[in-house]
Design a protein around this ligand. Sequence first.
Ligand code: MF3
Ligand code: CO
Ligand code: CO
Length: 269
Amino acid sequence: MDQQRARITKDGIRIYEDADFAGMRLAGRIAAEILDDVAPLVQVGVTTAALDDFITAEIKRHGVTSATIGYKGYKHASCISVNHVVCHGIPGSKVLVDGDILNIDVTVIVDGWFGDTSRMYVAGALPRKAERLIEVTHESLMRGIAAVKPGNTFGDIGFAIQSYVEANRMSVVRDFCGHGLGRVFHAPPNVLHYGRAGSGPVLEEGMFFTIEPMVNLGRPETKVLADDWTAVTRDKSLSAQFEHSVGVTATGCEIFTASPAGKFHPTWR
Ligand code: MF3
Ligand code: CO
Ligand code: CO
């Protein structure tokens, strides 16, 4: 049983084996491909439910499983978070209008491995302020990823993200974080997107986790709506998020959810 043999650090973080990278690589690639393939459908006039229906069909076509359908009572294959929705937006009857920005978050299970990724899209023309927000959020994730290598700490990741975001006069959401994953969806540690350099658990080769900063144009505070899922900015300012699943290697990290079509970066189109 791999659970019994697995090494767990004193912080409760599982150390995966070299062979486990192949499982995460496939799960991550399929999740990223689905986000690539939904991109042309994100148009003015489309509902978020229609985007989720497409994602559900793609998951089926790939012969894999949605990690979110049935998770804590959630009923959809994606979270779709539009404008001031920070995360966990529920797909529904909302019709996209010109200038809406949205995050689509998909997690699939492939041969027992979890691939979790999200990125930003726009319906119609991208407003200037939203473009800056999306660019800064993407860059903050990439700076967090650049801090991933054995010997660095989780605090180094949070510091890289927070210092960059705040230098651009935007704010990092504190109420949600990244997470360990692998054979499970959410595992230790909590991957904070803010923090002090050198603080937190030390990174080791074989750790698998997500980094998924949420960045607001206004203040960082959020609240969850009466549906118990949808998290919004309290001040109604715009929010953006990007998420990758990564694995720590001997010299840095491998991004499991890199876009096969090169569409992850917001300027691909
Ligand atoms: N994919 C989300 C994450 O990044 C979790 C979504 S859980 C759901 O951790 F139930 F809201 F779908
Ligand atoms: Co995640
Ligand atoms: Co996710």
